[in-house]
Design a protein around this ligand. Structure first.
Ligand SMILES: [Fe+2]
Length: 165
């Protein structure tokens, strides 16, 4: 379970403190996963080898850029709710629920398989977070998670298409 940071800041956002706290915890948990995955995708961009090198090198950088946008969206929803975003590399490493990227791989399709597994795990958790936000009556946090969920599903397709032929 991700740390929520320090106490809530006061805000005129009219969502009760208890619900804001629950949303900030959910946001920081997924912030850790998303920042972790971003670093794993960049690691893949640097280290991938094999005949598909160039297109995967470029694709992984495109995916990385989108993950950074998701990180910013999640972090700034947590702060908009009066919370503290917990997004340093150490915080992400401590709180991420994703497995580390294997270090004994080098071929393109091995990286694709590893990233497919991790995108799948993150997509599942983000989708679950949509429901948690909706149950708390926070349509805006649900919308943040929904936007990210749709983008993750699309990027999962970009990755899985390499394996589906
Ligand atoms: Fe690069």
């Amino acid at each position: 379970m991700a740390k929520t940071g320090s106490a809530l800041f006061t805000t005129h956002v009219d969502i009760p403190a208890g619900k804001r706290e629950a949303m900030i915890a959910a946001l920081n948990a997924r912030l850790a996963d998303t920042a972790d995955l971003a670093s794993q995708v960049k690691q893949s961009h640097w280290n991938v080898k094999g005949p598909e090198f160039m297109q995967l090198h470029l694709l992984f950088d495109e995916l990385y850029g989108r993950l950074l946008e998701h990180v910013d969206l999640i972090a700034e929803r947590a702060t908009a709710l009066g919370g503290k975003a917990m997004g340093t590399a150490r915080m992400a490493a401590a709180n991420s629920e994703l497995p580390e990227l294997p270090q004994d791989i080098s071929l393109g399709m091995d990286y694709v398989r590893a990233l497919v597994e991790r995108y799948g795990l993150l997509a599942t958790r983000i989708r679950a977070a949509i429901d948690v936000a909706a149950e708390h009556g926070d349509a805006d946090t649900a919308d943040v998670f929904t936007e990210i969920s749709r983008a993750l599903d699309k990027d999962l397709w970009f990755l899985e298409a390499h394996l589906q032929a």
